[in-house]
Design a protein around this ligand. Structure first.
Ligand code: PLP
Ligand code: TYF
Length: 400
C-alpha cells in the first residue's frame, strides 16, 4: 500500500527555492535556480511575449488539441532558429522536429528514442552537469557514464580529460554536450576545441546529443550560441538536439521546447518523426498550445523577432554587468591576492565559485545567500546593488 512509500529527497536546485521562501531575513538572496530577475530581483515577462499574447487574444484563437507533434508553425521556426533558416539540412528535410515539454521533456523523449532504438547504448554526460540529466536517463533506463569536464585546479575546462573519456567510450555512444553556456560551470570549449571534439566523435562513430537551453543567453547572439550545433551539422553528422525557451524567452512555466533529430536523409527523418510521435503519444498525448503560439509569433513576425533580440541582449547584458561588478568587488575586498578572474571567463547565467558543499551551507546559514551545494551561483538572480554584499559573504566564507 501507499504506507510503504518513503520520502523522496528534495530536488537539489528547486529545493533551494523552497528553503529561500521560508527564510524571513530581509537580506536574503536567492542565487539557486537559474531564472532571470530584473535589477529589483523580480521575475521578468518579456515585452515581446506580452505583444504576442495580445495578438493571440485579438485573433481569438481557440484551444483545440494540437497534433501529437505540436504546432507546425512552431516546429518550423524552432528548427530554423537552431540551424539557421538557410541551412541545407533544412532544405533537404533531414531534420525531424517535434514540440516538446520544454528542455526537460525534449530530453526525456530523446532518451526514450535512445532506449528503444539503441538498446544498451550509453550516454556520456559531463562531470559535472545539470543535475536532472542523470534523473532523466535513469528513469528512461538509458545507461550513462561521465566524461571529465571541469578542472578545479584551473577552474576551467579539462579538455584532455574530456577527449580521453570520449575516446574510451564504446563506439556509437551518445555524447551529451551543452550547446552553449555549460550548466553549472559556465565554461564552454573554444571553437578550436569544438572542432577537435567533432573530429573525435566522427572518428568513433559517436552520436552528438546537444542540450540547448541558453541559445541567445550566453553571448546575446542567437546565431553565435548555435554555432556548436551548426559546426557538427555542417560536417554531415547525424545528431540530436533538445531545445528550451525557458530562459531566452522567459517562458519557464509554459513548458515549451523541441526535440530535433538530424538524420542522413529526408526519408529517415520522416521515419524518425513518426517514432518520436509514437513515444510522445502514451506519455502526454500532445503538447500545450500557448507557449508554442508565443514562440511561433515571436520568431515568425519580423518586428517581434528584432525586439526579442534586443530584450535578450538586455538580459544577457545585465548578467554580464553583475558578473563584472562581482569580480570588481571581490578583487577590491580580497586582500589575499587571490585571482578571481575565472568569474569573468565563465559565461551564461551561472558562475561556479569553487565554494565547497560545507561553504555553500555556511554562506546560506550566516549570510542568507542561497545557492546550490556544488558552489554554483545564478548571476541572473543577483543585482548590481547586492554585489558588494555577496562579495563580503563569499570572502568571509572562503577564508573562515
Ligand atoms: N538543460 C539544461 C542544461 C538546463 O540548464 C535546463 C534548465 O533550464 C534545462 C535543460 C531544462 O529546462 P526546461 O525544462 O525549463 O527547459
Ligand atoms: O539549473 C537551473 O537552475 C535551471 C532551472 O529541475 C531548473 O536549469 C532547475 C531544476 C530543474 C528544472 C529547471
Amino acid at each position: 500500500q501507499f504506507e510503504g512509500i518513503t520520502m523522496a529527497p528534495p530536488d537539489p536546485i528547486l529545493g533551494v527555492s523552497e528553503a529561500f521562501k521560508a527564510d524571513t531575513n530581509e537580506l536574503k538572496l536567492n542565487l539557486g535556480v537559474g531564472a532571470y530577475r530584473t535589477e529589483d530581483l523580480q521575475p521578468y515577462v518579456l515585452n515581446v511575449v506580452k505583444k504576442a499574447e495580445n495578438l493571440m487574444l485579438e485573433r481569438g484563437e481557440n484551444k483545440e488539441y494540437l497534433p501529437i507533434e505540436g504546432l507546425s508553425a512552431f516546429n518550423k521556426v524552432t528548427s530554423e532558429l537552431l540551424f539557421g533558416a538557410d541551412n541545407p539540412v533544412l532544405q533537404q528535410q533531414r531534420v525531424a522536429t517535434i514540440q516538446g515539454l520544454s528542455g526537460t521533456g525534449s530530453l526525456r523523449i530523446a532518451a526514450a528514442l535512445i532506449e528503444r532504438y539503441f538498446p544498451g547504448s550509453k550516454v556520456l554526460i559531463s562531470s559535472p552537469t545539470w543535475g536532472n540529466h542523470k534523473n532523466i536517463f535513469n528513469d528512461a533506463r538509458v545507461p550513462w557514464s561521465e566524461y571529465q569536464y571541469y578542472d578545479p585546479r584551473t577552474v576551467g575546462l579539462d579538455f584532455a580529460g574530456m577527449i580521453d573519456d570520449i575516446k574510451a567510450a564504446p563506439e556509437g555512444s551518445f555524447i551529451l554536450l551543452h550547446g552553449c553556456a555549460h550548466n553549472p560551470t559556465g565554461i564552454d570549449p573554444t571553437p578550436e576545441q569544438w572542432e577537435k571534439i567533432a573530429d573525435l566523435i566522427q572518428e568513433k562513430n559517436h552520436i552528438p546529443f546537444f542540450d540547448v537551453a541558453y541559445q541567445g543567453f550566453a553571448s546575446g547572439s542567437l546565431d553565435q550560441d548555435a554555432s556548436s550545433v551548426r559546426l557538427f551539422a555542417a560536417r554531415g553528422m547525424e545528431l540530436l538536439v533538445a531545445q528550451s525557451y525557458s530562459k531566452n524567452l522567459g517562458l519557464y512555466g509554459e513548458r515549451i521546447g523541441a526535440i530535433n533529430v538530424l538524420c542522413s536523409s529526408a526519408d529517415a527523418a520522416t521515419r524518425v518523426k513518426s517514432q518520436l510521435k509514437r513515444l510522445a503519444r502514451p506519455m502526454y498525448s500532445n503538447p500545450p498550445i500557448h507557449g508554442a503560439r508565443i514562440v511561433a509569433n515571436v520568431i515568425g513576425i519580423p518586428e517581434l523577432f528584432s525586439e526579442w533580440k534586443k530584450e535578450m541582449e538586455m538580459m544577457a547584458g545585465r548578467i554580464k554587468s553583475v558578473r563584472q561588478k562581482l569580480y570588481d568587488s571581490l578583487s577590491v575586498k580580497d586582500k589575499s591576492g587571490k585571482d578571481w578572474s575565472f568569474i569573468l571567463k565563465q559565461i551564461g547565467m551561472f558562475s561556479f565559485t569553487g565554494l565547497s558543499k560545507a561553504q555553500s551551507e555556511s554562506i546560506t546559514n550566516k549570510w542568507h545567500v542561497y545557492m546550490t551545494k556544488d558552489g554554483r551561483i545564478s548571476l541572473a538572480g543577483l543585482s548590481a546593488a547586492k554585489c558588494e554584499y555577496l562579495a563580503d559573504a563569499i570572502i568571509d566564507t572562503y577564508y573562515n
